[in-house]
Structures are given as structure tokens and as C-alpha cells.
Design a protein around this ligand. Structure first.
Ligand SMILES: NC(=O)C1=CN([C@@H]2O[C@H](COP(=O)(O)OP(=O)(O)OC[C@H]3O[C@@H](n4cnc5c(N)ncnc54)[C@H](OP(=O)(O)O)[C@@H]3O)[C@@H](O)[C@H]2O)C=CC1
Ligand SMILES: CC(=O)N[C@@H](CCC(=O)OP(=O)(O)O)C(=O)O
Length: 345
């Protein structure tokens, strides 16, 4: 049994980790932390977990966490960079759902996250946890930086085009929409029902902190510079990311050729589902699952390629991807604990 700890288990990605790990045959959840709700039973806060998780939240404690084989940080940015090194020195494998170790360029991280990085020595050690790109490195990693939700949807959508040099990499446009749970469980005016329902808005137009993360991954895929316009939007749904990705082909392409390219690229990826030609994926079909559904379109009239990519921000965009990484790190079946079908309605 793999002994797991979750720091920040009262948040949305924390409770999603609990939901997934509670039914994972190879994992025993040992420690779940909350500073605010120390002493409260998990099932009191989350009645859906009654009978599945018989633990109480405890304040983060180094010794209890160090007794785990793996610790998930489901905490805001800047928490893991302050304490992960101590756990790692005691042999713990760390899976960080925040952005602390996602960017390889420390100066760029400090520019976007507006603080000095407190564990710069761990940046190079961290493996970016996108299994469809870095599976071999994930196997050996002691520290995983789980990709952000938008970065997961956008990178999976663009990878086949960029890896094959089929598009003008300097003029990529990613128009992405997120459900409100992407903002976390903490109280915030923008997440109130009256503020977020029956309306939709773009945000971070001048620059969102996922822009450097996505660009870093796309540069690696393209083998050179990329120019990306990334515009996130808040939409009145609880879960889900829908990304519409535009790219201009550099040569002649056809819908059939693109379809074959995507099917080939993701043929052995159990969590990326390339849909039939002409499909228009919807977030409801991946809700609660670790799946990314993709559809690639070629629009002859404008000579543009459009890729549609949907994920559940809390699963493939966070906790499910974290569990997928854990499965790879510990040599388990990659789908262990992740076999489920979306809740359609
Ligand atoms: N929501 C989403 O869709 C996604 C989120 N992420 C990332 O995952 C991380 C968690 O997000 P989310 O679950 O939404 O956040 P929430 O705000 O819902 O939860 C944050 C959790 O962290 C705990 N926490 C806060 N500060 C500290 C601290 N200093 N030390 C220890 N624990 C702390 C909180 O509990 P307490 O204060 O009681 O200790 C709480 O349990 C973030 O980095 C986020 O960016 C990534 C992808 C998608
Ligand atoms: C709707 C919403 O607010 N979304 C969050 C993204 C959440 C996420 O996945 O990203 P990180 O892990 O990088 O925080 C945002 O735009 O900041």
C-alpha cells in the first residue's frame, strides 16, 4: 500500500484527490491537512466521503507527512516551495498541484508570481507532470509539478501540430473557458452566484500566468519560439475547461490528414480521446473523468485549423492528472483509481 498525505485537503483539488484516492486499491490515505479545520472529521465537511474516508483534518506536521510515501500539495502557490525540500530530504515523493515548480526559468516565475522563489535548487529537479509528453521522466521523479488546468487543455490540443511543424507557430490563438471551481474554494466575490452566473467574461487579457507555462511547453514541442495569444474566460458552470485553438497551416493540409495525425499521436494515450472528424466536444462528456476529448477541424474557406479540447479542470486539469502521475511514479497501472465515466447530466 502506498501511504499518501494531502496538504490542503479542504480545497477543491484536495477533496477531488480524496474522492479519487479513497477508491484507489493501492493507496492508503494517512494524513489530510487543514490549518483552519484541524480536528474536524473529513466526512463532516464532505458528507459524500462518509464511509470512505475515516480521518480528521490535522494541521500540517512534518513528521506525520514524512511518514508518507507520497505527499500531494493541493495548496495555493508559494506553499510547496517553502516546505517540499524538507519532505524530499526524508525520502518522500512530492506531487505539487500548484505552479511553484512548473516554470523552468526562475526569473520568469518570479515575474509572474511576484515573489522570490524559495527553492530554486528544486526547479531543475522537478518534472513537469504531463504524462503525454514526459512519461519517462515522471517514472524517475521525486518531485512533480502538475500542469495547470488551461495549460493541460491547450498543450494537448496543440502538440501534434507543433511537433510536426505543420502550423505557423508565431500566430497561435487559444480561446479558453473555465468553470468557476477553477478559482478554488476560498471565498471570493467573483465566485459568488450573483457575480458568476448568467454572465460570461474574459479576464487576464493583458497577460495570464498560464501564458508562460503554456508557451514553455509549446516551445519544447515546436523546437523553437512560439507566439501565443491566450485569452481565458470565466463561464457560468462549476467544472470544465473548453479550449478553442486556432492555427494557420504552413503548407497544404487536409481534414483527413489532420485526423490521422491526431489519432496516431494519441493512439496509446488512454486519457486522450481523439473524436471522429467533425465532432464538437462538450465539457459535460468529461465531467468527473481524467479524459481530454479532442477534435481537429480544417476550415478550407479560411485555411485555418481549429482544435477543440475539453477537460474537467479538477480531474485531468489537476487531481486526476496528479493521481495519473503517482501511478506512473510507483509503477502502477496508469488508470488505477481513474476508471470512471462522466456524469452526463
Ligand atoms: N481549482 C482548480 O481547478 C485547479 C487548481 N489548481 C491549483 O491547485 C492548488 C489548490 O487549488 P484549490 O484546491 O482550487 O484551492 P482551494 O483554495 O480550494 O484550497 C486550498 C487548500 O490549501 C490549504 N492551504 C492554504 N494555505 C495553506 C498554507 N499556507 N499551508 C498549508 N495549507 C494551506 C487550505 O486549507 P487551510 O487554509 O485550512 O489549511 C485549502 O485546503 C492551487 O495551487 C491551484 O492553483 C490547479 C489546477 C486546477
Ligand atoms: C477560473 C479561474 O480562476 N481559474 C484559475 C486557474 C486555476 C488553475 O488551474 O490554475 P493554477 O493551478 O495555475 O492555479 C485562474 O485563472 O487563475
Amino acid at each position: 500500500m502506498i501511504k499518501a498525505g494531502i496538504i490542503g485537503a479542504t480545497g477543491y483539488t484536495g477533496v477531488e484527490l480524496l474522492r479519487l484516492l479513497a477508491l484507489h486499491d493501492d493507496v492508503s490515505i494517512e494524513v489530510v491537512t487543514s490549518r483552519e479545520l484541524e480536528g474536524t472529521a473529513v466526512a463532516t465537511l464532505f458528507p459524500n466521503l462518509r464511509g470512505y474516508v475515516d480521518l480528521a483534518f490535522t494541521a500540517p506536521d512534518d513528521d506525520a507527512l514524512a511518514a508518507c510515501d507520497v505527499v500531494f500539495y493541493a495548496t495555493p502557490h508559494t506553499v510547496a516551495m517553502k516546505t517540499a525540500a524538507k519532505l524530499m530530504a526524508r525520502g518522500v515523493r512530492v506531487i505539487d498541484l500548484s505552479a511553484d515548480f512548473r516554470l523552468k526559468d526562475q526569473a520568469e516565475w518570479e515575474q509572474w508570481y511576484k515573489e522570490p522563489h524559495e527553492s530554486p535548487e528544486l526547479i531543475a529537479k522537478a518534472v513537469y507532470g504531463l504524462p503525454e509528453v514526459n512519461r519517462d521522466q515522471i517514472r524517475e521523479a521525486q518531485l512533480i509539478a502538475v500542469p495547470g488546468c488551461y495549460p493541460t487543455a491547450v498543450q494537448l490540443g496543440y502538440l501534434p501540430l507543433l511537433e510536426n511543424g505543420l502550423v505557423d507557430a508565431s500566430r497561435l490563438i487559444a480561446d479558453a473557458k473555465s468553470g468557476v471551481s477553477g478559482a478554488g474554494r476560498k471565498a471570493a466575490v467573483g465566485s459568488l452566484l450573483c457575480e458568476s452566473s448568467e454572465s460570461m467574461n474574459a479576464y487576464g487579457v493583458a497577460g495570464h500566468r498560464h501564458l508562460p507555462e503554456i508557451s514553455q511547453g509549446l516551445r519544447a514541442a515546436a523546437g523553437g519560439d512560439v507566439g501565443l495569444t491566450f485569452i481565458p474566460h470565466l463561464t457560468p458552470m462549476i467544472r470544465g475547461i473548453h479550449a478553442t485553438l486556432y492555427a494557420a497551416p504552413v503548407g497544404k493540409v487536409s481534414a483527413e490528414q489532420l485526423q490521422a495525425l491526431y489519432e496516431d499521436r494519441y493512439q496509446s494515450e488512454r486519457f486522450v480521446d481523439v473524436m471522429p472528424m467533425g465532432s464538437q466536444p462538450a465539457t459535460r462528456n468529461v465531467k468527473g473523468t481524467n479524459r481530454c476529448q479532442l477534435a481537429v477541424h480544417y476550415l478550407e474557406h479560411s485555411n485555418n485549423i481549429v482544435v477543440l479540447s475539453v477537460i474537467d479542470n479538477l480531474v485531468k486539469g489537476a487531481s486526476g492528472q496528479a493521481v495519473q502521475n503517482m501511478n506512473i511514479m510507483f509503477g502502477l497501472n496508469e488508470s488505477a483509481g481513474l476508471k470512471t465515466i462522466s456524469l452526463l447530466l
